[in-house]
Ligand binder design. Structure first.
Ligand SMILES: [Zn+2]
Length: 209
């Protein structure tokens, strides 16, 4: 049985042909290369060769990233920069719920400061995410990356809307539109969860199969 590696996400496929589409990242079969293991030598000695004729049109392997991109990838700055605001954001929405449901003004203030903190981290999250996508995943635009990019646009815009809304109307959490305001927060947390889920799929589903 032949082995094929997805050059975008690293998923290993076993079969005579590469799959039509990578089950993890959705890259087409032209992104797969055949892995040839030399049986007579140690198992760790694996040579990768260009695959079948169908794979000859595969885009050239991206060069090693340099400068800031290399630094971001080497130190895993995207997962690091994403996890802190990801933890704070649901907490902010929970605080907002407590403030609205029970009239607790202190929780509303805390929620607002948390949202501002998350907003300040967003440029780093997006910048490192784009660098990682373009270098580690070769900038391939498949469904999974489309979902991640779409989710981050939803998060950024809902977050910005909530912060601006609160600045314009400091009493929004006790106004007539308080539940609409809260709902925007729920959509935001949903989008964060989706982006995180897709990130986890890319990082962990390609391993230990
Ligand atoms: Zn893949």
């Amino acid at each position: 049985m032949k082995k094929w590696e997805c050059t975008v996400c690293g998923y290993i496929h076993e079969g005579d042909e590469p799959p039509a589409e990578c089950p993890i990242c959705g890259a087409g079969k032209e992104y797969f290369i055949e892995i040839v293991e030399k049986q007579e030598e140690s198992l760790t000695d694996v040579t990768k060769v260009e695959g079948a004729a169908s794979a000859s049109s595969a885009p050239a392997q991206a060069g090693k990233p340099t400068g800031i991109a290399a630094l971001v990838l080497k130190h895993h700055l995207h997962p690091i920069s994403v996890h802190t605001p990801n933890g704070v954001l649901p907490l902010a929405v929970l605080f907002l719920f407590l403030a609205i449901a029970f009239g607790l003004a202190g929780f509303e203030t805390a929620a607002f400061f948390n949202l501002v903190f998350v907003l300040l981290t967003m440029p780093v999250v997006i910048f490192t995410g784009v660098l990682e996508w373009r270098n580690r995943y070769r900038g391939v635009m498949t469904r999974i990356f489309g979902i991640k990019i779409g989710a981050s646009i939803v998060v950024s815009s809902t977050l910005l809307a909530m912060v601006i809304w609160r600045l314009v109307d400091p009493g929004v959490a006790s106004s007539g539109s308080r539940w609409v305001y809260f709902l925007v927060g729920v959509v935001m947390v949903g989008a964060v969860g989706l982006a995180g889920h897709m990130g986890g799929k890319l990082v962990f589903d390609t391993r230990d199969r």
